[in-house]
Write a protein that binds this ligand. Sequence first.
Ligand code: ASP
Length: 587
Amino acid sequence: MQTAYRTHTCGQLRREHVGQTVTLAGWVHRRREHGGLIFVDVRDRHGLTQVVCDQAAAPEAYARAAEIGSEWVVQVEGAVAARFEGNPDLATGEIEVRAAVVRVVNASKVPPFEVARDLNLDEAQRLRYRYLDLRRERMARNMDLRHRVTAFVRQALNEHGFIEIETPILTRSTPEGARDFLVPSRLNPGTFYALPQSPQQMKQLLMVAGMDRYYQVARCFRDEDLRADRQFEFTQVDIEMSFVDEDDVMALNEQMFIDLCRAVVPDRPIRQVPFPRMTYAEAMRRYGNDKPDLRFGMTMEDLGDLFATSDFAVFRSTVDSGGAIKAICVPRLFSRKEVGELEEIVKAFGAGGLAWVAFENGETRGSVAKWVADVEPALRERLGAADGHTVFIVAAARKVAEDSLGRLRLHLGEALGLIDPHELAFLWLIAPPLFEWNDDEQRWDSVHHPFTAPHPDDVSLLAGDPGAVRAMAYDAVLNGVEVAGGSIRIHDSAVQQHVFALLGIDEAQARTEFGHLLDAFQYGAPPHGGIAWGFDRTVMILAGESSIREVIAFPKTVAGTDPLTGAPAPVPSANLDLLGLKVAPRT
Ligand code: ASP
């Protein structure tokens, strides 16, 4: 990567270069003085090279090196020499450059934090000086990984006959379950564009347009509360295919995930290939959520039948009132204090309490030991409970029991160190319900989005029992995180209209908001389906990070602000006038 300023990058020189005269350019990473010698580590994105300035051999270079500080930009000319003692942790560790000339290209103020050390820095500070934060090795590595993942996916899809097509950012609302970001139109005062929550409708229109196989590394915008794996703007690898069924979409993406992992994180084992497929119903039943983490066991069992005639009023009444008794078996014993702490976790998710039994030295103890005596053999067998194990039980409405115990399972998996952080455990989550009931609004909501096709066997249920209709949808889950989701689409305008009606979108509203799609479906829409990868999340997991902010160059804080540019910011009132807008005083 020779340029006017350098012959090599700071990560390039090896033993074979010994004896050559080279020029490097980069930042002063670290500097140490050692009686007549100054060692300067010069850094760029590609790596780090040790430069030695010898007062006796090159007094001018030494004098310059004595002046420079951290993060100054320097240019160094000198000969490559073998190091007396190599540094095996450094790619350039076998060599050093003996400086003949050191030039200061640009000075730097004292940085607000040390780039050279991976300290636990305050995030606001990191984001305020993101250009310095990105100089750090970990961040440079994350950016590089992200780039390689994008490049890999593009190449794989190109080879499979896909074409990349850009879709508008200034568009109309596409419902993905979040709030839209709106952009006022200057030319048409009082009207607004919505930023796309996804390119969903456009990619479907591209299928009607005969594009056959589309993809886009697409920016999406959703105005929703931010957290570790959510940002207002995020990236999807958005994919749509014509003349496909669910297996076609899953097979193609599964192979891409496998090939990708083998290419970019070859030392991380994939737990199971082909990826297991689990129905939504089973995931809820055994893991308490729709993105199971398969890296460890402790799955839930239903104990309702065992306690249907129990004398224990709490369990009995739960069963009588249609609730669930769910249990997990943990291969450990706990103190009462520890159980108390675990109980707080399930309570935070709505459970009234956490019942437990422990099997220790042939004895059974715990809060409900007395009540399980009758059914102990069956309970132990169902849960695989042995001596030294504890069984935790939640009795509550089914949703609460599954959710709270599912959270406890995740907590314990982590806390007891049952998770191998290197492992990549993928699965396909299939056959979720098409709708879920929205009690607040007294209507059905789409579980995926309104364009998802009902399972062909369930179409007849649309009229009488919408809650029982399964969707032709699938999610790829990796280590407990949804990394992709998609579906086979409705391509028939009558079915689409029926679904809109169930969602409480009447004919007039459907016409106004989705008329373009309904119209398009009347001109020979091919059967089609697709998927979108949550790209930031995928890269986050491959990078071993726990927040997507670590793999996005310029993310927002969880409060939705950008400490670097100060966005969002007020604008002069003249700009608002131009848009016909007035900001109402805060009440
Ligand atoms: N548009 C969907 C989403 O953003 C993905 C898809 O159905 O292809 O989740």
